[in-house]
Design a protein around this ligand. Structure first.
Ligand code: PLP
Length: 279
């Protein structure tokens, strides 16, 4: 069975972070494993706090599993500090981990900062060069580039600029450095822009009116990572992940008093694999 690793925050309410990632990996027929970068206190209403893990604790979680399993994809989520970025980058580099999807988690939808300024600088310098795909939303793309990202043109410019930020590192020449700028917060249709370093691909989807949007970024990026593990190219992986997300949103469990989670268990009924073997 394929093994997919999540390095991300822990959301006890299960909609975002490593719990969302693991459920998504399962839905895609991958065996999910995880290391926690920060223990957060939150529910569907708000984030109340976050207890960031030290470099030592993160390394102690990662070493045994990367030495034991053959890992087919890595989803990187919340990296709150410079130290957690450095341990993650070091682990990916030293072990040559493949199919690295970096979800640039900077702030929760409810407005809580999930990464400090130093962590963001380090993310760009150390982790972007190792990434196969980076998945910022509009606000994150704007914060990372300093550009106004409010429409398709802005999304394309930001994607190109983020792609350029990845270039200098030579330690992982095989890294794809593709960028998916997610348009979920665009005022009209939710169009995502993928830049693969050569051309742009647009993914159109009708806007789904729902309150259950907690953890959509986490879920999309782990669905993409799992699809890459299963042999999809980036375009195919984004297509499959978006189909999964849409089905999960349409069948959201309607739990919690705020922005609830989507239905991660929808998997097998909406994702078809050529080998049909996801056990
Ligand atoms: N908490 C953790 C641990 C996360 O990784 C994320 C996601 O990106 C969030 C909270 C924010 O989730 P959302 O903004 O979808 O509510």
């Amino acid at each position: 069975m394929l093994v997919a690793l999540s390095i991300a925050g822990f959301d006890p309410s299960g909609g975002a972070g490593v719990l969302a990632d693991i459920k998504t990996f399962s839905a895609f027929g991958c065996f999910g494993i995880a290391a926690v970068t920060s223990l957060t206190s939150q529910n569907t209403i708000a984030v109340y706090g976050a207890f960031h893990q030290t470099a030592e604790v993160l390394r102690a979680q990662l070493e045994p599993i990367v030495n034991d399993f053959r890992i087919s994809a890595v989803k990187v989520g919340m990296l709150p500090t410079r130290e957690t970025v450095e341990v993650t980058a070091d682990m990916i580099k030293r072990h040559g981990l493949p199919n690295v999807v970096v979800d640039t988690v900077l702030r929760s939808t409810s407005g809580y900062d999930l990464a400090g300024e130093g962590a963001i600088r380090c993310l760009i310098e150390r982790l972007f060069p190792l990434a196969d795909l980076i998945t910022p939303n509009l606000a994150e793309a704007s914060r990372l580039t300093g550009l106004e990202v409010e429409d398709l043109e802005g999304m394309k410019n930001a994607a190109r600029l983020i792609h350029e930020m990845c270039s200098p590192e030579t330690v992982k020449p095989s890294a794809l450095h593709a960028v998916l700028v997610k348009g979920g917060h665009l005022s009209r249709d939710a169009t995502d822009v993928l830049f693969d370093g050569h051309e742009f691909h647009l993914f159109h989807a009708p806007r789904i009116i729902t309150r259950s949007t907690h953890g959509t970024g986490c879920t999309l990026s782990s669905a993409i990572a799992a699809s890459l593990a299963r042999g999809c190219n980036v375009q195919q992986a984004v297509t499959k992940a978006k189909r999964y997300l849409e089905a999960g949103l349409l069948s959201a469990p309607n739990i919690g008093r705020g922005a609830g989670p989507l239905n991660h268990a929808i998997g097998r009924t909406v994702i078809s694999w050529p080998d049909a073997d996801v056990t």
